[in-house]
Write a protein that binds this ligand. Structure first.
Ligand code: URA
Length: 436
């Protein structure tokens, strides 16, 4: 068997055998299959899809491409969380310390920015000194010692995802159900948690446009988790507009710090509290007053502990001014009065990427300081001349270059209601509608 056989097989719409999938995943992890062949195979999968059996085989092979953690020495039921990717999605940065502050250990493997979406690892790297590359033993010791670790895929852990993830980002092959499902679930299975909470994003800023398709992805993820004997719950949440107000790496860390201190945007706080409560339930821990952890400093304190343990400067939690800051801040103004009917997450993300907040090549550096902060969200009233958003840019020319795109992301109408954020809850027993 060769990589060429597998590319041809998938190009022609045939299903791979388990052996074929294992060969490919091993070749990706060990570097024996060159990037150009992996990229061609990814595109064939993106265009031709995979059967459920292939997706399961791909997930298990990717999880087995490196070390699979045994967290049993850490007391309690460990719970993990993952999002399928969105714009301004800093929920993990709030939920993980919040849950850890409530006594549930969190051992999380995250990813970098993918396509137009942001990545938790890039965001954390906006904190001066923060290390996302943790050797497995240190990762485990840290979870045992302080109840939380957030690290990236390494040569040790899910190396196949590290390679495929970066290639997908640079080859327009992100938005594929089998590739998203295997990427997310291989990390979750390898990280060894007993239970998994997933946030499947639906809408313009997500990789899945419709609620129906997002629900199908949520069901596929729950099936993969359940078959691997991990209790798995997936929420479908709205990603037509960015989550919260900040889009951009350091800007999102600042907003997460605000939320951890109990004064973040209300919808980010509500979503984080719901996810944290679900994670406590999955951990088998009785409900506690999670809101209190946001107001008494314990969740923020846990974030500071996480930062210090991974080499970062924990003083950012008290003084976000220590985060990288863009020299130029340019408001984008409303041309008419009315109500915000749309704040297009994809357009805002692409404007952020143009500013330098994302990458076009797999090894390109990103500008951690730049981004966009929304002053208005869907349903808000706006007067002519009021700011819709503030562009944080490296230069006045860079800000001017995206100003029209940011303005065009907003639609102002005669009246508009706020959007429902939490749409579905999917478990092994079925689908619950939450937006009625
Ligand atoms: N998150 C991941 O880890 N992988 C994806 O493919 C999408 C989101």
């Amino acid at each position: 068997m060769t990589a060429l056989d597998l590319i041809r097989e998938k190009r022609d719409g045939q299903a791979h055998t388990d052996d074929g999938i294992r060969f490919l995943v091993e070749g990706a992890a060990k570097g024996t299959i060159p990037d150009y062949q992996l990229a061609a195979w990814l595109m064939a999968v993106r265009l031709r899809g995979m059967t459920d059996a292939e997706t399961t085989a791909l997930t298990l092979a990717m999880a087995a491409s490196g070390r699979q953690l045994d967290l049993s020495s850490i007391p309690g039921r460990k719970v993990d969380k993952h999002s399928t990717g969105g714009v301004g999605d800093k929920a993990t940065l709030v939920v993980a310390p919040l849950v850890a502050a409530a006594g549930v250990p969190v051992a999380k493997i995250s990813g970098r920015a993918l396509g137009h979406s942001g990545g938790t690892l890039d965001k954390l790297e906006a904190i001066p000194g923060f290390q996302v590359d943790l050797p497995v033993d240190r990762f485990l010791q840290q979870v045992d010692r302080i109840g939380i670790a957030i690290a990236g895929q390494t040569a040790d852990m899910v190396p196949a995802d590290k390679v495929l993830y970066a290639l997908r980002d640079a080859t327009a092959t992100v938005d594929s159900v089998p590739l998203i499902a295997s990427s997310v679930m291989s990390k979750k299975l390898a990280a060894g948690a007993d239970a998994i909470l997933l946030d499947v994003k639906a809408g313009r800023g997500a990789f899945i446009a419709t609620v129906l398709e997002a629900q199908a992805l949520a069901e596929a993820l729950v099936t993969l988790g359940t078959r691997a004997h991990r209790e798995t719950v997936a929420y479908v949440t709205d990603m037509e507009q960015p989550l919260g107000r900040a889009v951009g790496n350091a800007l999102e860390i600042k907003e997460a710090i605000e939320a951890l201190a109990g004064h973040g945007p209300p919808e980010l706080e509500a979503l984080s509290l719901r996810f944290a409560a679900e994670m406590l339930r999955l951990a088998g821990v009785p409900p506690v007053d999670l809101h209190r952890h946001l107001t008494d400093g314990s969740a923020l304190g846990k974030f500071a502990e996480l930062i210090a343990a991974q080499g970062g400067d924990p003083r950012v939690t008290e003084n976000p001014g220590l985060l990288p800051t863009a020299p130029v801040q340019r408001p984008v103004l409303a041309s008419t009065a009315g109500y915000i009917a749309r704040a297009d997450a994809l357009e805002i993300a692409l404007a952020g990427k143009t500013l330098g907040a994302g990458r076009d090549r797999k090894d390109a550096p990103i500008d951690l300081a730049v981004g966009i902060v929304l002053e208005k969200k869907v349903g808000d009233p706006v007067a002519a001349g009021e700011p819709l958003a503030i562009v944080h840019a490296r230069t006045p020319a860079a800000a001017a270059n995206v100003a029209d795109r940011v303005a065009g992301a907003f639609t102002i109408g005669a009246g508009a209601a706020p959007r429902a954020l939490v749409l579905r809850r999917v478990t092994a027993s079925g689908v619950e509608r939450l937006d009625v």
